[in-house]
Design a protein. Sequence first.
Length: 237
Amino acid sequence: MNPLQKPKSLISIIIPAWNEEETLGTTLESIYLLNSKFQHHTLEIIVVDDGSTDYTRRVAIIWADKVIRHSTNLGKGAALTTGIKAASGDILMFLDADLGKSGVYADLLVEPIIQHTADMSIAVFPPAKKRGFGILKTIANQGASKMGGFKTKAALSGQRAIRREVLEEIGGLSDRFGIEVGLTIDVARHGYKICEVRVPFSHHETGKTWSGFMHRGKQLLDVGKVLVNRWKYSPRQ
């Protein structure tokens, strides 16, 4: 290597996956294509198979640099924590397994971190085609905004980029579906800069179906636990 050439830094992309054999391959392929978009950064792709009962792991090993498997389903927060421990990069990006071809736009999400204009970036999705009643989203956004001091429109978004040092400072992640709301509040409370970026991501939408209501109900419980916990330990109390 040319001694005058700046060495490439590493971006670790962490993808928690649970029974995602149908969508994971397309997602990983699109993310792999991101390598051509970065001149001064190298990508490290890490998939954490969170106790899948299908062929998620077999799909992951085709594209990922590291594949880690939980023997049982421990939840998204635990899967991301496992991925963080295995990651080597100073910049971490969290992406869902069902982004499909839209994963190729992930460079838009990490750009504010690379340019040092933010310490954590959050992806804002295009308006959903299938919509629920918006109760969960409203509670999450208003709760995170009030308790963290950063007015957010996408507190539930799992697509994020963050500096490793920020995660080390805030001391970990919440469990299961409350992880994004908790992360938003904690990063804001520690005085780090957050930005929200519009990214043309797309993924599976549950809509107004029974399974959709059940899924959002579980999310609501987890988000509620995180908000209560952050309220108890609010620095303003």
